[in-house]
Design a protein around this ligand. Structure first.
Ligand code: ZN
Length: 101
């Protein structure tokens, strides 16, 4: 996937999607996780995404990260499981994340 600058809009703010190698420090896992496809940095309005991600997974991953941002912004206190399932449900319903330049 090309490393072009993409953004999504959330709560009237532009979030920059930054494509990085999977061994980038932002995506590195810990003892319980092998690493992440994406990570959202709420305070910086940035979403770090693996640069080798497939288009299909990118959409689902962005839905997931958007749900994290919504969860945080609206104080919903959703569990990670709920976020995963909502992203899978929305993706399965054909919801596509609209990227802007
Ligand atoms: Zn997550």
């Amino acid at each position: 996937m090309k490393t072009k600058s993409k953004h999504i809009e959330l709560f009237g703010m532009k979030y920059k999607i930054i494509f990085v190698p999977e061994d980038h420090e932002k995506l590195r896992g810990d003892s319980e996780n092998d690493g992440y496809y994406a990570v959202v940095a709420h305070t910086k309005n940035k979403i770090y995404v693996r640069n080798n991600i497939t288009k299909r997974r990118l959409n689902k991953t962005l839905l997931h990260e958007i749900l994290h941002a919504i969860d945080s912004e609206l104080y919903l206190s959703m569990s990670h499981k709920q976020i995963y399932r909502l992203a899978a449900g929305l993706s399965g319903a054909g919801v596509k994340v609209k990227c802007i330049r």
